[in-house]
Write a protein that binds this ligand. Structure first.
Ligand code: HEC
Length: 142
């Protein structure tokens, strides 16, 4: 690469607000929105999350706990699942991916293709909210 080409690249990066910053903003936005949904049941716009049938609890945290460890006993014998990486990914026959998590959250189908207990709401979220809550679960609950 010629020197003037490098100079052009560097100045384009500066003009665009720094190389890589757009990507890290998207990452930070997704985590902030995912965290809002997980802890409060409202997205960062203040929109309350809804499900196919009215959920027994308004937020993920109310059933799965602040750390995502789950273990809460709910009506009908359901026990909330452990959503930490150690449970969803490590040691799973079909480790959860973003796509599998989005499917579980919106359709109640788990990583093995089985139906989850109906106490786990079938969430009806915007594409963005669904992405961000799955992203938060996969990246933040250890
Ligand atoms: C009313 C309680 C309740 C709420 C609220 C709730 N869940 Fe669940 N969730 C459950 C239960 C119970 C299970 C376990 C179902 C089973 O054993 O079949 C579960 C299972 C899951 C699973 C599947 C885990 C696995 O091991 O396959 C995921 C993923 C999940 N929940 C994510 C979420 C997210 C994200 C939210 C918030 C948007 C949420 N849940 C809100 C009760 C709840």
């Amino acid at each position: 690469m010629k020197l003037y080409q490098i100079a052009t690249l560097v100045s384009m990066c500066l003009l665009l607000g720094g190389c890589g910053s757009a990507a890290s903003d998207a990452h930070a936005d997704a985590l902030a929105n995912g965290k809002a949904i997980f802890t409060t049941g409202r997205d960062s716009q203040g929109q309350m999350i809804a499900a196919q049938t009215p959920p027994l609890m308004p937020s993920c945290q109310a059933c799965h706990g602040a750390t995502g460890a789950g273990g809460l006993h709910l009506p009908g014998g359901a026990v909330s699942a452990d959503l930490r990486y150690s449970a969803l990914v490590s040691g799973q026959k079909h480790p959860y991916t973003m796509a599998l998590l989005e499917r579980a959250i919106s359709s109640g189908i788990d990583d093995d293709g089985d139906s989850l207990n109906p106490v786990m709401p079938r969430w009806q979220l915007s594409k963005q909210d669904l992405h961000d809550i799955a992203y938060y679960v996969l990246h933040e609950l250890k």
